[in-house]
Design a protein around this ligand. Structure first.
Ligand SMILES: [Zn+2]
Length: 311
């Protein structure tokens, strides 16, 4: 049995918001090529992401919104769903498979096929709120996966850790009234999406980072905020919104995290998952816009999920 799955679908490359858009198919290509070239993907269980079922998406999103996304789906050309987010002829299917990847990972981990999964999918999800597209996102992939784990398997507590440079406003919106879902989010502040700077909810743990925040800031937040919150919450499954745009080379964020930090934080999460939740981790790609830094960082993340040495 391979320890880690790589879940993906070719249609995720066909969602294309135009040559100038930073959330481009080249991102997935960079990651998947790297996992192939290093021989990592050959040691993973490779799965085609299935389509999400509508009732799964409805665990997080409003029915009218889900219908709207389907209705505006163009048969050719691009339409603007919001100022940052465009929809082409393949976007609807790619979005359903991006959600489906996370749900499938939950099902297959619960069935004992593997312990950890990396879902190399796009569009990303963590900005999508229950009734709105936002920041390149249509459906909140990680939120649906977490809600599915609770609804389908009766898990009492799960946790989502989001280390993307942008705050997971959509994930917070989805779960702020559901204390069974711990949400830990680090993010550059002040910065897009400029919402939820503070939380009154003990299960929403926000760790804003100053501009040009360093590896040291990440380590401090882990030790002082995230790790205690995880140990206190005792999740039965761990979810990671894996965005790599806090990397020092990323053109969108202004942070100074290094490639090795993605190995380090993932290793910490693997240890906590081993201790608390039988090692179960579902990780889903969010941001990361410098192609080489993205491939480097995602490789380190996957190495840690696989319990291989960093390299
Ligand atoms: Zn981001």
């Amino acid at each position: 049995m391979n320890r880690t799955a790589l879940i993906h679908h070719p249609v995720c490359h066909l969602h294309d918001m135009g040559d100038d858009h930073p959330e481009s198919p080249k991102r997935l290509e960079a990651i998947l090529n790297r996992l192939d070239e290093t021989g990592l993907s050959q040691q993973m269980t490779l799965q085609d992401a299935r389509l999400a079922r509508k009732e799964e998406i409805l665990l997080v999103h409003h029915p009218i919104y889900v219908e709207q996304v389907e209705r505006i789906s163009p048969s050719h050309g691009l339409i603007q769903a919001d100022p940052d987010t465009l929809m082409g002829p393949y976007t609807w299917e790619a979005s359903y498979r991006a959600v489906g990847a996370g749900v499938q990972a939950v099902d297959e981990i619960m069935a004992g096929l593997y312990k950890t999964a990396f879902c190399a999918i796009r569009p990303p999800g963590h900005h999508a709120e229950p009734a709105t597209t936002m920041g390149f996102c249509f459906f909140n992939n990680i939120a649906v996966a977490a809600a599915h784990a609770i609804a389908r398997y009766g898990l009492k507590r799960v946790a989502i850790v989001d280390f993307d440079v942008h705050q997971c406003n959509g994930t917070i919106e989805a779960f702020q009234d559901r204390p069974e879902v711990l949400v830990c989010s680090s993010f550059q502040h002040p910065f897009y999406p400029n919402s939820h700077w503070q939380s009154e909810h003990p299960h929403i743990v926000l760790t804003p980072q100053v501009t040009f925040g360093t590896s040291e800031d990440l380590r401090n937040d882990w030790e002082n905020k995230w790790k205690p919150a995880l140990l206190n919450h005792q999740p039965e499954m761990l979810f990671i919104s894996a965005g790599f745009d806090a990397h020092t080379l990323d053109p969108m964020g202004q942070m100074n995290w290094q490639t090795k930090d993605y190995y380090w934080i993932t290793e910490q999460l693997v240890q906590v998952a081993d201790e608390l939740c039988q090692g179960r981790i579902v990780s889903m790609l969010e941001g990361g816009y410098h192609l080489k830094a993205l491939a480097d960082s995602a490789e380190q993340h996957v190495r840690a999920l696989m319990k291989l040495p960093g390299g």
